[in-house]
Design a binder for this molecule. Structure first.
Ligand code: SF4
Length: 60
């Protein structure tokens, strides 16, 4: 599974980066970006996706 962040939906709460810091990072634009999609194998990206308050994270 690879995570994707919808930049139009992200409100920059930081929850995903807190749960999966190897996968998501907060950018200078204040939004979450996927820095290492393969990192999903080592964390619970589904939990991160479920924790996103605006449903900006999808796993494909
Ligand atoms: S949890 Fe959702 S809204 Fe919060 S930073 Fe991550 S993608 Fe953005």
């Amino acid at each position: 599974m690879k995570p994707f962040v919808d930049q139009n939906k992200c409100i920059g709460c930081g929850a995903c980066a807190a749960l999966c810091p190897d996968v998501f990072e907060m950018g200078s634009d204040g939004k979450s970006h996927v820095k290492n999609a393969a990192g999903c194998a080592k964390c619970d990206c589904k939990r991160a996706a479920d924790s996103c308050p605006v449903g900006a994270i999808t796993l494909k």
